[in-house]
Design a protein around this ligand. Structure first.
Ligand code: 6GU
Length: 242
């Protein structure tokens, strides 16, 4: 997969050299390039923003500078992602869909945003998809952290990036629609806390039942919205007893 990130703070994307994503880049599974938006400015001050038409606080990013950058970086078949607090929520389902694509381009604006004509213009370009997305109900200063989030969420789903593909199956926000159960490792007693006895029982079916119950209880406490969205057909008779 190829991912281009355009930002006025390319240094913000430095963590993408590290860890699993860094490894995926080294091994060629991910071709990730970070660009400085100011490389597409033409004035002496390398201006990328201006005051909003209609008035109001803050600055808005100019469509001409973004247009020059995106005309160079976006090719046919690319998916343009625009991080914005007013976008559609980024979910695990979104990440799974994006992981099947050939080319993502992430246009990082400051939070007052990019002139709305940019999304509109590229939306009408044949072969290009545009998605404005948000990573949660809070406001960031710019799209860079959201770009890190989407690159990591998508990058780890690319075939070969996560060593054991099974670890992608049971995790939170996986197919079960539940949060993950709590996990434990050695030592078996720590800070006067013991691990749940069932995990030492060697009884696979009981362990599975316990984990499923823990996932249900956690989800009910922390994310009742997810519990309500569960398909009843996905519940088993023991779930209904708890
Ligand atoms: Cl994607 N961008 C910005 N600037 N703020 C956000 C966000 C994105 N998601 C939540 N807050």
């Amino acid at each position: 997969m190829r991912i281009d990130v355009v930002s006025i703070f390319p240094g913000y994307l430095a963590p993408l050299d590290l860890s699993l994503v860094g490894k995926a880049r080294e091994t060629g599974l991910l071709d990730l390039r970070v660009h400085d938006l100011r490389d597409w400015t033409t004035d002496r001050h390398r201006t990328v923003d201006d005051t909003p038409f209609g008035g109001g606080a803050g600055m808005v990013m100019r469509p001409d500078v973004w247009g020059a950058a995106l005309d160079d970086v976006l090719d046919e078949g690319a998916h343009l992602l625009i991080p914005t607090p007013s976008g559609e929520p980024l979910t695990q389902r979104t990440a799974e869909a994006l992981a099947t694509e050939q080319h993502l381009v992430i246009a990082c604006g400051r939070y007052e945003g990019i002139d709305a004509r940019v999304a509109e213009h590229y939306r009408s370009r044949p072969g290009v998809r545009v998605t404005e997305f948000s990573i949660g109900d809070y406001v960031l200063n710019g799209g860079e952290v959201a770009a890190l989030v989407v690159v990591e969420a998508v990058g780890r789903l690319l075939p070969g990036v996560v060593g054991n593909p099974h670890s992608l199956v049971e995790e939170s926000h996986g197919a079960a629609g539940l949060l993950e159960y709590p996990v434990y490792t050695k030592p078996p007693a720590w800070a006067e806390l013991e691990i749940p006895e069932v995990l030492l029982s060697g009884h696979h079916a009981r362990i599975e039942r316990w984990r499923r119950d823990q996932a249900l209880v956690r989800t009910a406490a922390r994310r009742p919205d997810m519990l309500l969205a569960l398909d009843v057909a996905g519940l088993d008779k023991h779930d209904l007893a708890t």
